[in-house]
Design a protein around this ligand. Structure first.
Ligand code: HXC
Ligand code: NAP
Length: 284
């Protein structure tokens, strides 16, 4: 759906780019001509992913181990990527941690584990890359992957909801503050896109999957290529004027939850005929 040179020679750093949605976006960026750098904690996972991605799509995938919760590791990682490619053009904040749990069952270490990756880690990487862009007078684009519950909050994933809301606030704030340096920000809020990393932690029992799908008006989960294509457009020069926005891609799940009468989708045609007869008689 795009010209094959849409991202030609753009250097894209994707945190958590060795698995799941980070890898799906990376593969699409490679197809569109980008040069990739991916980081994560597990170096073996990164190396295997990079080899497979290059075999499938050609191009170059540079890997570097990094725990984004450690600001020193982040600074080293960003410096290594910059040195390797001579610049970074696009940062995709994709690394995250999450699991479902009643909040009162969480220890403070569990809270820190999620907020450390999502809020602090995302901020550290954005700050390190942003400082390089400003010092080198280099334009930059940041895409942060958040979640639909940044607006609403969500029960049972409270540290993630708080962390993703922080990422959205950071993105909107920097969209204004750093625009004068040619640095722009955008977010994607995905609904459910099955990946082993998310699915096994959030819905460890497969019986929960059907319940999750029934919440979605389209009655299906997202396809990785749908997210990867949206991300490709949003990181491209074509989308620069979209600054400080968050784009939801969830098959209508979020607005269904908010719609006062959405629950009426359960009614059968017969029930609607009967209700219609009754309501037509009101006031007569
Ligand atoms: C309660 C838990 C827990 C769980 C861990 N903890 N899992 N508490 N329920 N399911 C607690 C531990 O007991 C420990 O506390 C503390 O959290 C730290 O655990 P560690 O295992 O030592 O942490 P660590 O190795 O740093 O791993 C971080 C992690 C893990 C966040 C806990 O899940 C991870 O590595 N996640 C990365 C990938 C990921 O989460 N992907 C999914 C993203 S999906 P104590 O007190 O015992 O020491 C997403 C969007 C979803 O974000 C939206 C869907 C629509
Ligand atoms: P995933 O495969 O578990 O991806 C998470 C990635 O982050 C992994 O590659 C992981 O690698 C990396 N990571 C985690 N902690 C890290 C740390 N401390 N330092 C560096 N890297 C770290 O899950 P996913 O489903 O693809 O999620 C990708 C993004 O989409 C996340 O931001 C998530 O919140 C968002 N999202 C997903 C869904 C969905 O339905 N899948 C929905 C909404 C939003 P290591 O473990 O090797 O570090």
């Amino acid at each position: 759906m795009f010209k094959t040179d849409l991202l030609k020679d753009k250097v894209v750093l994707i945190t958590g780019g060795g698995t799941g949605l980070g890898r799906a976006m990376g593969e699409r960026f490679l197809e569109l001509g980008a040069k990739l750098a991916i980081c994560g904690r597990r170096e073996e996972v990164l190396k295997t992913a990079a080899a497979e991605m290059m075999a499938l799509h050609g191009g170059e995938v540079f890997t570097t181990g990094c725990d984004v919760r450690d600001a020193t590791q982040v600074d080293t990682m960003v410096a290594d990527v910059w040195k390797h490619y001579g610049a970074i053009d696009i940062l995709v904040n994709n690394a995250a941690g999450n699991f479902t749990s009643p909040t009162e069952m969480l220890s403070h270490r569990a809270v820190d584990a999620v907020l450390g990756i999502v809020a602090h880690g995302t901020f550290y990487v954005t700050l390190a890359v942003g400082k390089q862009w400003i010092a080198n007078k280099h334009k930059g684009r940041v895409l942060s992957i958040v979640a639909t519950y940044t607006e609403s909050g969500s029960a049972f994933v409270v540290p993630s909801a708080a962390g993703k809301a922080a990422v959205l606030a950071m993105s909107k704030s920097l969209a204004v503050e750093w625009a004068r340096y040619g640095i722009t920000m955008v977010c994607i809020a995905p609904g459910p896109f099955p990946t082993p990393g998310a699915w096994e932690r959030l819905m460890p029992d497969p019986s929960l999957h059907e319940m999750a799908i029934n919440r979605i008006p389209l009655r299906r989960v997202g396809r990785h290529e749908e997210l990867a294509n949206l991300a490709s457009y949003l990181v491209s020069d074509q989308a620069e004027y979209i600054n400080g926005e968050c784009i939801r891609i969830d098959g209508g799940e979020f607005i269904k939850g908010a719609g006062e009468f959405s629950w009426m989708e359960q009614l059968t045609t017969e029930q609607w005929m009967a209700l219609s007869e009754k309501s037509k008689k009101v006031g007569k």
